[in-house]
Design a protein around this ligand. Structure first.
Ligand SMILES: *Cc1c(COP(=O)(O)O)cnc(C)c1O
Length: 358
């Protein structure tokens, strides 16, 4: 049998492992930060009708510029963002890949601050961009000073910031983001996959866009919007950045079905986001109850909680899995990460963990 090592694969891909969050049919899946609430039935029906209509045109290539979708996304984001400032792709992972294809690549580097979203370094290696890991402050925060010091030390071509950060939930201040921008002549990407779960009054990095043409803010419909299976991520940036991304995308990368489904879903944004308050409530309940059980939850502005004080994360993960509850071992010592589910899912998880103990 041929193994990977026998193939003439790129030298820089030898020995790497692919993204591999376990996918299993379980009773309670709280492992990849999805919105675990079903989308409302009337919204589902409207999306089905829109997709059915689009099917009738699939003999033709889709709108390469996804104009209607960009208009919908700009309307959803607000903050004065225009359709010319929007880019979208099959998940924000593909958006990030386009960014690295256009601004990174062989001979270039991207600076990140682990522990952070594992796909950032994986997309870096896929595009041949050197990944540089910088240190966070205590408690996983990144102060303005810490960001600036790392940028001045490493002089990267791109900086990836994740706010709120996955897998820790840690917020990042706009002051620190702006300082990072001022410290580099390169591209600064703020991954705001969890923006909708931030406190109501917390400002988005979208507010920093005017006058900062090298700042890119990426978002996704996979988390708050309950649309992970449809694959739609997007970003807002200066229109010139969007022109740069056009150079690397494959033509017609967003299918007519994806465009139709996403436009239809965005027309129901308030209904699709109706569960965000409830999810934030379950997140805060998890943090409180985990602390009461003797664990040490980290502050989270996202839809999950990272908690420390776990004697043997692998054993606890396995014990929960045997009860058909799937959470995430992100590889940090003595910690596990769990997505905030419905009230019922959250209760099942907390009761099972309570029985197992630390
Ligand atoms: C889940 C997640 C994404 C989303 O990826 P999609 O490809 O849009 O599903 C992006 N960034 C972070 C930090 C995430 O946690």
């Amino acid at each position: 049998m041929t193994s990977l090592a026998d193939l003439p694969i790129r030298d820089d891909l030898r020995g790497l492992t692919p993204y591999g969050a376990p996918q299993a049919k379980v009773r309670v899946a709280l492992n990849v930060n999805e919105n675990t609430h079903d989308i409302p039935e009337d919204v589902a029906e409207h999306i089905v009708a829109a997709v059915a209509e689009a099917v009738r045109g699939v003999n033709r290539y889709p709108d390469r510029e996804f104009t209607e979708l960009r208009t919908s996304l700009a309307g959803y984001l607000g903050h004065g963002v225009t359709p010319e400032q929007i880019w979208a792709a099959n998940g924000s992972n593909e958006v990030l890949q386009h960014i690295l294809q256009a601004f990174g690549g062989p001979g270039r580097s991207v600076l990140g601050f682990p522990p952070t979203y594992s796909m950032h370094s994986i997309i870096a290696s896929g595009t041949g961009t050197r990944w540089i890991a910088a240190e966070r402050d205590a408690g996983f925060a990144i102060s303005a000073e810490t960001a600036v010091r790392a940028i001045e030390q490493h002089r990267p071509d791109l900086v990836f910031l994740c706010a709120p950060n996955n897998p820790t939930g840690t917020p990042m201040s706009l002051e620190a983001i702006a300082a990072a921008y001022d410290a580099t002549e390169g591209i600064v990407v703020v991954d705001e996959a969890y923006a909708e779960f931030m406190p109501e009054d917390a400002p988005s990095a979208l507010t920093l866009l005017p006058g900062r043409p090298r700042l890119l803010v990426s978002r996704t419909m996979s988390k708050a919007f309950a649309f992970a299976g449809a694959r739609l991520g997007y970003l807002a940036a200066d229109a010139a950045v969007i022109d740069a991304l056009r150079l690397v995308r494959l033509p017609y990368h967003l299918s007519a079905l994806t465009q139709a489904a996403s436009v239809a879903a965005l027309a129901h944004a308030p209904a699709m986001l109706a569960m965000v308050d409830e999810i934030r409530g379950q997140r805060d309940r998890m943090s409180r109850e985990l602390a009461a059980m003797g664990f040490t939850p980290y502050e989270s502005w996202a839809n999950f909680v990272l908690f420390g004080g776990v004697a043997d994360p692998h054993a606890t993960f396995e014990a929960l899995f045997r009860e058909s509850i799937l959470i995430r071992d992100v590889g940090l010592p003595n910690t596990l990460r769990v997505t905030a589910g419905t009230e019922e899912e959250t209760t099942i998880f907390l009761e099972a963990l309570g029985r197992l103990g630390a």
